[in-house]
Design a protein around this ligand. Structure first.
Ligand SMILES: [Zn+2]
Length: 121
């Protein structure tokens, strides 16, 4: 919940500073080691009503798989391994999977609102 509220707060600030009056979608990137996408979606729907102009914003999540890379030979693993199976070096390091960032928002700004209402620019 707290994580989603942080995202909503950041999105509200971005929307306000760009003159967006209604956010329709928020696109984020989440590493699979950073957060559970299903839990984020659930919390998003529960919390967004308190963060205008995001009350109806959909959450689009791009999930990044976790990968571990051997510092010595560059071998990649999709699961944590204690020792590189290719060269025997210890503890390949986590290279991706901890990302959590807002990529962009979609929404209606003042200009778009006037245009769709058919008023002169
Ligand atoms: Zn290796």
């Amino acid at each position: 919940m707290a994580l989603v509220e942080e995202i909503l707060t950041a999105c509200r600030q971005a929307a306000t500073s760009h003159g967006v009056t209604k956010v329709t979608a928020v696109h984020i990137t989440v590493g699979e080691m950073a957060a559970c996408a299903d839990a984020l979606r659930f919390a998003w729907v529960a919390c967004r009503g308190r963060f205008p102009p995001l009350e109806e914003a959909a959450l689009d999540i791009r999930t990044v798989p976790a990968t571990w890379v051997c510092a010595r030979c560059g071998a990649e693993y999709r699961e944590p391994v204690g020792r590189c199976q290719a060269c025997g070096a210890a503890l390949p390091r986590l290279q991706s999977g901890l990302e959590l960032r807002v990529d962009y928002l979609e929404g209606d700004d003042d200009r778009h609102g006037r245009a769709s209402a058919g008023l002169p620019a």
